[in-house]
Design a protein around this ligand. Structure first.
Ligand code: UD1
Length: 378
């Protein structure tokens, strides 16, 4: 069975890695890693392949940066050629980035002569991390989630709320499988490596003496007044506790253009380049709290029992609030909520069903039992 595992951007690599490692041991599976090249910097891409023990991508589309339409269009054009050439039986897309949706769109309209998978003349499309919804169509990721879930043939969800979202949208439960949170597989797979790093020492800091910050969402970093307000708040917080803020390329560029950079550098804030997976997770493991607008970090901090403040109006991962350590906040209350955390940071480690490091194993079983049997050449 020829399986394409699609990855594109930083948050995808840790979702693809556990599946790659689980599938490569199955004699019936030939796994091809397709990297669209949406993220291309060494520290946004290559570093993750090294940390996660992934081979170099077998196929690299090199689509790079651009507007949403440009990125989506380039992925569709380039990936369509690859599908027609390789004729995969199964295409697995992960997460909610532009490439996730673009690959799904391209694959949905393909027709192969003489081949069938589960009765269709095109590859089966599986979406891993299906069903998450922020209910905010102003977020490009929400559009990507909606389109991908409506087109994919099989939807693998991380938690029960995602199944409920899909049911509300009229998607048949026959298509949906609750498989769990794949990022926890990566975290557990690499726990020893993560724990062996001592990233905080690079900044002369001790465990639990600092906070981690990550911000890259357009809603926080693209508007100049909002970005300045964010930088000012982080500077104020750093008067109480040092912050380590590995800066995403989008954020760095905007902070430099907007004149925020030198003031941030002179505060009690470290501003390294984006870090690799193990180094970054080591910082999170040993932090007192995390301030972020990322999706995945809300889940990782919940799993680890580390307080997290998410500077967004909504989250597609509400379970991190109802069961976990996450709170939404605005720029106006970020300072006060951080101060509150500094006085009360002893939340226990929550347990969420299927966030157990066994998601990849469950997926391999599903592919074997429910998809592999349907592959036929007619
Ligand atoms: C993308 C995803 C977002 C995810 C984020 C993680 C979409 C719509 N967005 O946003 O969901 O949370 O990745 O990082 O798919 N750049 C570089 N080097 C790189 C990559 C990007 O310099 O390797 C710069 C470019 O100037 C680019 C900008 O960062 O224009 C933004 O990159 P892009 O891929 O468009 O979106 P992200 O903000 O990274």
């Amino acid at each position: 069975m020829l399986i394409h595992l699609i990855c594109a951007a930083r948050p995808n690599f840790m979702k693809v890695a556990p599946l790659y490692h689980a599938l490569k041991n199955e004699r019936w599976a030939t796994v091809v890693i397709v990297h669209t090249g949406q993220h291309y910097d060494a520290n946004m891409s290559d570093a993750f392949f090294d940390d996660l023990n992934l081979p170099k991508p077998h196929v690299y589309l090199g689509i790079g940066s651009g507007s949403h339409a440009e990125q989506v269009a380039r992925v569709m054009i380039e990936y369509e050629k690859v599908i027609l050439d390789q004729k995969p039986d199964l295409i697995i897309v992960v997460g909610d980035v532009n490439s996730t949706m673009a690959v799904t769109l391209a694959a949905s309209k393909i027709e192969f002569a003489g081949r069938q998978t589960n009765g269709q003349r095109r590859p089966v499309i599986a979406h891993l991390e299906a069903g998450l919804r922020s209910y905010d169509r102003g977020m490009p990721e929400e559009i990507n989630r909606l389109v991908t879930d409506v087109l994919a043939d099989t939807l693998w969800t991380p938690s029960i709320d995602a199944n409920e979202n899909l049911a509300r949208e009229g998607i048949s439960p026959n298509k949906v499988r609750l498989v769990g949170n794949i990022m926890i597989d990566s975290l557990e797979m690499l726990r020893a490596k993560i724990e062996a790093e001592q990233t905080y020492q690079r900044f002369n800091l001790a465990p639990k003496s600092y906070g981690v910050a990550t911000f890259h969402r357009p809603s926080n970093v693209d508007d100049s007044a909002t970005l300045t307000a964010l930088c000012n708040t982080l500077k104020d917080i750093s008067n109480d506790v040092p912050l380590i803020f590995p800066v995403h390329p989008r954020t760095r560029k905007n902070m430099q253009q907007n004149g925020n950079w030198s003031e941030m550098e002179s505060a009690n804030i470290f501003l390294p380049e984006p870090l690799g997976y193990a180094q970054f997770m080591n910082l999170v493991f040993n932090s007192r709290f995390v301030l972020t607008d990322s999706g995945g970090i809300q889940e990782e901090t919940t799993y680890l029992g580390i307080p997290c403040l998410t500077v967004r109006d909504n989250t597609e991962r509400p379970i991190t609030i109802t069961k976990g350590t996450n709170q939404l906040c605005t720029l106006d209350d970020l300072m006060i909520k951080t101060k509150a955390l500094l006085h009360d940071d002893c939340r226990s480690r929550p347990v969420i069903d299927y966030w157990d490091g066994k998601t990849a194993q469950r997926i391999v079983k599903i592919i074997d039992k429910e998809i592999r049997q349907g592959v036929a050449v007619s």
